[in-house]
Ligand binder design. Sequence first.
Ligand SMILES: NC(=O)c1ccc[n+]([C@@H]2O[C@H](COP(=O)([O-])OP(=O)(O)OC[C@H]3O[C@@H](n4cnc5c(N)ncnc54)[C@H](O)[C@@H]3O)[C@@H](O)[C@H]2O)c1
Ligand SMILES: [Zn+2]
Length: 698
Amino acid sequence: MTETPAPTTEIGDQAAYAAAVQTAVAASAAYYGGGDSPLDDDAFDRLVRGIAAYETANPGHVLPDSPTGKVAGGAVAGDVPHTVPMLSLDNVFSADDLRSWAAGVARRIGRDVEVWSVEPKLDGLAVSARYEDGRLARLVTRGDGAAGEDVSHGKGMIAGLPERLAEPVTVELRGEVLMTRGQFEAANDARTGAGGAAFANPRSAAAGSLRARDRAYQVEMTFFAYGALPMDGTGDDLAERLRGLPHSAVMELVAGLGVRTVAVTPVPGTTATTVDGVLERVREIAALRPDLDFGIDGIVIKADAAADQADAGLSSRAPRWAVAYKLPAVEKITRLVGVEWNVGRTGVIAPRAELEEVELDGSLVRYATLHNAADIERRGLLLGDHVTVYKAGDVIPRVEAPVAHLRTGDEKPIEVPEACPRCGDEIDRSQQRWRCVRGRDCHAVASVRYAVGRDQLDVEGLAGSRIDQLVEAGLIEDFADLFTLTHDQVVGLERMGETSTANLLAAIDAAKAKPLNKVFCALGVRLTGRSMSRRIARHFGTMDAIRAADAEAFQEVDGIGPERASTVVAEVAALAPLIDKLVAAGVNMTEPGATGRPAAAPSGEAAAETAEETGDLPLAGLSVVATGAMSGPLEGLSRDEVNQLIERAGGRASSSVSGRTSLLVAGEKAGSKRAKAEKLGVEIVPPEEFAARVAAFR
Ligand SMILES: NC(=O)c1ccc[n+]([C@@H]2O[C@H](COP(=O)([O-])OP(=O)(O)OC[C@H]3O[C@@H](n4cnc5c(N)ncnc54)[C@H](O)[C@@H]3O)[C@@H](O)[C@H]2O)c1
Ligand SMILES: [Zn+2]
């Protein structure tokens, strides 16, 4: 889990301060009101921290509108008073923050907290649901914390919040209203179907839908309770239990009334007796985040015992007995700068968004899926739009929607292809997913064209149109089929005479003798180009050796790290039938002059090729080993994540120190690897320094 320091927007003078306050208040109003904020959460939080920093330095300038210290930044209000204020939560961003926060609670109450409850922080909007005699009577938003807005009209639209409880009790439940992924997609369908603009994200969709009245379409939302309070009319017995039971037991009671809690999700609330136990659960929930079908933006940690809560008390903005451990943002606003159209193996033509680079959940994102052409239309995207982009963990990043009010007028329509971008044939648009009319043949045409290209098998006289013809006639499905073409098959084709047939077959035959590196390159293995193919061929010597190599063996090749190695191994395995066909056709499978065993020190040429493929990345051509516990900006990164970082920065990640190692990143407890590196004279850097070198790739 990465822990990011909290960056701040610099505010230099009073005018900038006033403007910042105005921006923050307007953004909050949009955010809580269900409109689209022009800022993503990171940008908003940076701004508010900047405002707070300015106010600390210039207490005389503080404006009454300032969002600091207020629930919802003071941007929203309501007319239904809350009996007990509905507060915000303070944040922590790291394990250390959490430890000092927990120590602070213990100091305040004069004893250790014995039980903590740990729950996901649901990313929706806070709602109070008042039940009278077991019937849902009133729904109220959080508002400014003291009073909220009556949204009782939303009653029938919220799953998890029953009209009637299992028992006829009077009670106030508090919880989060959100949209699951499925509800969000359905809501967007309904809204765009009714001629409206797409919702920017599930959170604002929920906020907007709950407040809206008289909509032409129906949407569904979900409620998860995270608290319960007695109210006027609550029986003494229940009131006493709600006041006296630990939080975890109150949540069980609530679930027993038939109201949804996170107990039914993959991330149920749990308890822990130590801060270490809390942190372990924080990591577990964070790891599950990408798989959840609803958004979470952190983990809420609460003192579980009622007495601890009562003794810790509240500040004006947040309870002192609870805190939110914030997770990195998984949604950001960035610009859509281009749309690429890719054709898959089966001929499906799918658009891909090219974005202004943005950091999301610890990685840099430049591309995101756009699903299909209808989706672009439905979401109303334009080229140059600011868009919300979502990515968590290994999930493929996706564009949610444009932030339409940030348009400048310079946005352009997204051009959709007239013809298949790969083979130029027609597009079948009869379904949502467009396809090349050639279907799988489109891939065949493209891969054969690639295979016979100048840098691969270089078959003279085999033009693109000729390949189209061969595929259409059913004579070839892949380039291995070229080698078994007969004179009769070819001469029968249109515009093929005796001479050109003989020439073509001779050229194909000559290609059989190409060195292994050209043959391997012709396979079109992902993440390998011309020079990488050369290195692989030279390293292994034969196709048999390549096929026998595992990911570890591939990492011996200069420029191949764990990520690329496993892709190449998987691709080579998937290409087995094609390779078998080539072998059977008598195509050469050896590299002349190759030693056929793991090469010694990388040759100057190989290093140069690495640089050619990796550009001038900071670790280009370097073999890097990381060991010990990572600290500083890299704290919490797994070894795998560090290796990926090394590869992104152009290096080759390796697990053992040898004479070929260029750099050792030595964290605490580096041990024997450090000793070995010292002996071999390998450069050793601490994680902090390494983090600075590769900062752009984190
Ligand atoms: N993008 C914008 O323009 C913009 C504007 C305003 C606020 N924001 C974002 O909102 C955040 C602050 O919002 P906030 O004050 O509404 O909320 P918060 O992040 O301070 O947390 C408090 C809220 O957490 C929710 N919550 C979820 N799970 C919970 C649980 N298990 N137990 C208790 N509470 C739980 C409750 O609704 C509660 O009101 C900021 O960090 C900012 O990123 C963004
Ligand atoms: Zn095509």
